[in-house]
Design a protein around this ligand. Structure first.
Ligand SMILES: C[S@@+](CC[C@H](N)C(=O)[O-])C[C@H]1O[C@@H](n2cnc3c(N)ncnc32)[C@H](O)[C@@H]1O
Length: 240
């Protein structure tokens, strides 16, 4: 997270610095762009495994909120490079796990990368990756004992209202099965009011559902609680 923004703000900083040599007033935007570039460097450091290890901790939040006994099948929706899928498999040595993703152009992830990562981590015999759309999952109702997802739903589909994506994810959870979904749930444009969202999910026949404001977890630095970083992060967990 932050690499593109880092390059762009750094580049603009140099452009305005150059122009500022002619028009002094342009030194101001140059300073602002360099500051933004430094901020995104800091964000990258916090997320990296050599730095703040935030990415790892964010995946752990999803798994620690999944109250599952590890029996049967689980699904990771929008698995990216397979990291969360693999962790789920490692934590549940008897389970069979499926990771799905559309692997579009926005990310440098692919099915091949996921499979290679699963092989390196020694879980490839119990993990399958499949290209699929989160809006229309190619599985029967109730196919999985557990379903997880991390920072995917807000990207799915053109419609602003993302409740349909949550509903589709819940469709494939078995009755009595568990789920843990982390996303930008505090972004009202996407999910509306949280109490209303939870009530709506209950009205879909979900027996137990709870919202966890994971943005307030103690390891999330205050500087990263901006809306476009982790400021709208939350998690929905429960039992179907
Ligand atoms: C921010 S990344 C998160 C990846 C992974 N869940 C993680 O925590 O590392 C978002 C992922 O959602 C995937 N994605 C976006 N729209 C999707 C869709 N309609 N169906 C399936 N995956 C989708 C992207 O390809 C990308 O891998």
């Amino acid at each position: 997270m932050g690499l593109k923004e880092n390059y762009l703000s750094g580049f603009l900083g140099f452009v305005f610095l150059g122009l500022g040599l002619v028009f002094w007033v342009l030194i101001i935007p140059a300073v602002l762009f360099f500051s933004a570039s430094l901020y995104f460097l800091y964000v990258r450091y916090q997320f990296s495994s050599q730095g703040g290890k935030l990415q790892d901790r964010i995946w752990s939040l999803v798994l620690s909120n999944l109250d599952w006994n590890g029996e049967g099948r689980a699904l990771d929706i929008g698995c990216g490079n397979g990291a969360l899928t693999i962790k789920l498999a490692q934590q549940n040595p008897k389970a069979h796990i499926v990771g799905i993703d559309c692997w579009g152009k926005t990310w440098e992830y692919s099915k091949k990368i996921c499979e290679r990562n699963a092989m390196i981590e020694g879980v490839s015999e119990r993990v399958v990756f499949q290209k699929a759309d989160a809006l229309s999952l190619p599985f029967d109702d109730g196919y999985f004992n557990a379903v997880v997802s991390n920072f995917v739903f807000h990207m799915v589909g053109k419609a602003k209202d993302k409740r349909g994506v949550v509903r589709e994810a819940l469709r494939v959870v078995k009755k009595g099965g568990k789920f843990s979904f982390q996303d930008e749930f505090l972004l009202k444009q996407l999910y509306g009011d949280m109490d209303d969202l939870i009530e709506t999910i209950r009205s879909w026949g979900i027996s137990k559902v709870e919202f966890v404001q994971t943005r307030d977890t103690d390891f999330v630095p205050r500087e990263l609680k901006l809306p476009f970083i982790l400021g709208t992060m939350g998690l929905i967990k429960g039992t179907k």
